[in-house]
Write a protein that binds this ligand. Structure first.
Ligand code: M6R
Length: 615
């Protein structure tokens, strides 16, 4: 949540900052701001409620010169979205400006103490205490900005990535990180700073990921300096080369990132699978699992922690691992796990599943499990993000940057990796036959082509969406491997169309939810030919008998459900455990088209942000 950008060098900072804010807008978009030093002593701060385009409009007739600046796009935690609460925040004397991503837990105590020292606060944010504290330390200790930031980081409790500038010194940005991401891009005589690498890639592919507790001093034409939290030792800098292209960050002709990302899935899944199934199709190769073979062979339990869509993928992972590896799997909401005093035994494996690799709850859950002796394995998309850096081992899903707030291609990437993992562990343990592995591995390779076939039905789904755009409630029903698909279908609809939807195990419906069914409550039923197909058919009958409308997702050639349901969408036949990869596609498209019909902001739905880096 919240995106930070910084620039120092020879270019006009404003241009880099605004472009960077657009790239990071997916992290939060309720207000934004920039601060630039135009000459020593001249600090210009512009802030605006709303999206970055509102800020651009506001700044259009202002002085936007200066080759050093910091910027921020916000997802409000403390204080409503307005111009005052927007970042950058400024110290009382107007000397120091600061942007912050994260939350300061002890801000009320600090605020109180600083108020007693005569500091006045203008915003309702937790962030403002940090900038005031830095000024207070500078004034009282007669120290440099860097020394004051280092001292301030010792006094604040919470999560932060901050970038700070001093109007007296247009040749320096100081940045610090604790539990919120920060990346520094190294150019020729210039540096870039951002919450992730997307604002940096068009200028340089050389980046340094700051670690927790590190403080960076960034000065153009000088070597980057990174210190530990005590500001004593200069830390060794590890330069990473980014494997990312600008095209991945553009809409590529699609009206929304979400639609692009849905349509990209044949390719992203091909990338996800690439090199991970042997040429003869008989074995899966995931180095993170193979290198830790004994851990996976000897564990008595796997815990998967995740949030939102990743949690739904985790539920499918549970089915896969239990079926093919015979290892009990517990799936926990990361936010619940971290505060539940969980039983974690030596030998347990905890899998942290996260697209962004930055979700605060998932990160905290894995740290807790690590402290309690679990082996911690990450499955993430964003390379170099916090979760892969905090885990003992892991593997990436390799589906490329996901920009739309609603997760689509990451979900199918996660399920694909979990399927490959289950086959690999099962084969290592001998709990699955080689024939089964070969059959499913062959089917995994077919997935990109099959998804392409489903996508060719998009116009049909677009038409279907027109019929249901004005429904106020939806029920999504599924069973077995596709119960999580129902949850995910409902979440997609809710988050982008703002229509209430509930995902439910189809057979559970008769225990209460069935009372809701009438002519105005459509049910989307995943009724593919699996081991509970006949039972799901019964559930459809129960809905129809109560006047409910049914949209059914069926296996190609199905005639039984076709004669019963009001509308059907076909998906090709595939191994049962892989069906969620196919049923996800029409569910994503249905939600997308309904949201578009309702005129919603599909890529940046209200109240949401892509990476939830706060509690
Ligand atoms: O980056 P993560 O996978 O950890 O994110 C978890 C959730 O915040 C995320 O899946 C969220 O639910 C999406 N908006 C769903 O589309």
């Amino acid at each position: 949540m919240c995106g930070i950008v910084g620039y120092i060098g020879k270019r006009r900072a404003y241009d880099v900052l605004i472009q960077g804010l657009h790239r990071l807008e997916y992290r939060g978009y309720d207000s934004s701001g920039v601060a630039m030093i135009t000459e020593p002593g001249e600090l210009n701060i512009y802030k605006s409620k709303g999206k970055v385009s509102a800020l651009e409009h506001f700044a259009s007739n202002k002085d936007i010169s200066g080759t050093i600046g910091i910027a921020h796009t916000r997802w409000a935690t403390h204080g409503e979205p307005n111009d005052i609460n927007a970042h950058p925040h400024c110290s009382q004397s107007g000397r120091i400006a600061l942007v912050h991503n994260g939350t300061i837990e002890n801000y009320t105590v600090l605020k109180e103490a600083l108020s007693q020292q005569g500091f006045n606060f203008v915003s309702q944010t937790d962030t403002e205490v940090v900038v005031q504290l830095i000024e207070y330390i500078m004034d009282n200790n007669h120290c440099t900005l860097f020394e004051a930031v280092a001292e301030a980081t010792k006094r604040v409790v919470g999560a932060y990535a901050i970038a700070v500038i001093d109007r007296q010194n247009p040749r320096q940005i100081v940045a610090a990180r604790q539990s919120s991401p920060l990346v520094i891009g190294i150019g020729e005589g210039e540096y870039f700073l951002a919450s992730d690498a997307t604002p940096i890639i068009e200028y340089t592919n050389k980046v340094v990921y700051l670690n927790d507790g590190e403080i960076a001093v960034i000065e153009p034409d000088k070597e980057l300096k990174v210190y530990d939290s005590n500001a004593i030792g200069k830390n060794k800098i590890e330069i990473t080369e980014l494997q990312m292209s600008i095209e991945q960050l553009e809409k590529g002709g699609y009206p929304h990132f979400m639609l692009k990302e849905i349509f990209e899935q044949p390719r992203t899944l091909a990338d996800c699978i690439s090199g991970r199934i042997t040429a003869d199709g008989k074995r899966v190769v995931l180095s993170g699992v193979i290198e830790n073979r004994s851990k996976f062979l000897n564990t008595n339990r796997i815990i998967i922690v995740a949030c939102g869509t990743s949690w739904h993928a985790a539920l499918i992972g549970k089915h896969l691992i239990e079926e093919y590896c015979r290892i009990p799997v517990v799936v926990e909401y990361a936010s619940e796990f971290r505060y539940s005093n969980p039983v974690v035994n030596q030998g347990d494996i905890l899998i942290a599943l996260s697209q962004s690799g930055e979700t605060a709850d998932t990160l905290a859950a894995l740290e807790l499990a690590k402290q309690r002796g679990a082996f911690v394995f990450g499955i993430c998309n964003v390379i170099g993000s916090s979760i892969p850096r905090a885990t003992h081992s892991g593997c990436y899903i390799h589906v490329g940057p996901e920009i739309g707030v609603a997760s689509t291609k990451a979900f199918t990437g996660q399920v694909t990796v979990l399927a490959m993992m289950a086959l690999l562990i099962g084969q290592m343990k001998g709990t699955v036959t080689d024939q089964t592995v070969e059959k499913i591995a062959t089917d995994i390779r077919r997935i990109p082509t099959l998804i392409q076939d489903i996508l060719s039905q998009s116009e049909k789904i677009e038409d279907l969406a027109k019929i249901f755009t004005y429904a106020h409630n939806f029920l999504y029903l599924g069973r077995g491997y596709n119960y999580p698909s129902a949850l995910e279908g409902a979440l997609k609809l809710k988050e982008i169309s703002y229509i209430h939807a509930e995902g439910y195990p189809a057979a559970e419906m008769k225990h209460g939810t069935i009372a809701l069914i009438d002519n105005d409550m459509p049910s989307v039923v995943i009724a593919i030919k699996d081991n509970v197909y006949d039972k799901t058919v019964n559930n459809i009958q129960q809905v129809k008998a109560r006047g409910g409308k049914v949209v059914a997702i069926v296996t190609e050639g199905d005639t039984v459900v076709r004669n019963m349901a009001d509308y059907v969408i076909e998906v090709p036949e595939i191994s049962e455990c892989l069906t969620p990869l196919l049923t996800a596609i029409p569910l994503q498209l249905l939600a997308y088209y309904i949201a578009v019909n309702k005129g919603r902001d599909v890529d940046q739905p209200r109240n949401l942000a892509k990476s939830v880096t706060v509690e």
